[in-house]
Design a protein around this ligand. Structure first.
Ligand code: ZN
Length: 170
């Protein structure tokens, strides 16, 4: 019953967060408790399996919160998408790598890892991507949009980082 090995850089998802939080996370991993804690808190799965179901899901949220923004282009699960690089960026303001391109095409690509992730994390990442329809940067108004669509956004983003850390260690 050894704790999961710490080979790669499991805390890459938490770079930029305070040291005491990172230390706490390392403790939880070493005690083998991170997965259980997340499973207790986020036990709800979702049924958004196909690209067309994903599109419907995204469209519903868009109708509810961003009705006046541009129409959606393609909406797909993308297995080549790296969550950190394309979905979450870093914890601070960062310019969107393909901001202009995405702005022109209005595509929404969701990393395939979210297909099997708890329902709350899918919602969080979709909210994140929808907010990018109006704001290319991770700035204050971007996060205001996110919390408008999902009041628990910030906690979910942090817990998603824990979840991805857990997947990396598992
Ligand atoms: Zn983003």
């Amino acid at each position: 019953m050894n704790p999961p090995p710490f080979s790669r850089d499991p805390l890459k998802y938490l770079a930029g967060y305070p040291q005491h939080l990172q230390t706490r996370v390392v403790e939880l991993i070493e005690q083998g408790r991170l997965g259980t804690i997340l499973a207790d808190k986020y036990g709800q799965t979702h049924t958004v399996r196909s690209d067309s179901q994903l599109r419907e899901y995204v469209q519903d949220l868009k109708e509810r919160y961003l009705r006046k923004s541009v129409p959606l282009g393609k909406v797909i699960y993308d297995s080549k998408l790296q969550v950190m690089k394309h979905a979450l960026g870093t914890h601070t303001t960062i310019s969107r790598v393909q901001g202009n391109k995405l702005k022109a095409s209005r595509e929404i690509r969701i990393a395939t890892v979210f297909r099997d992730a708890p329902a709350e994390f899918l919602k969080m990442i979709v909210v994140h991507e929808l907010a990018h329809l109006k704001e290319a940067e991770h700035n204050k108004s971007f996060y205001q949009l996110c919390t408008h669509m999902e009041p628990g956004y910030h906690q979910l983003e942090f817990d998603l980082r824990l979840y991805l850390t857990h997947l990396d260690c598992a």
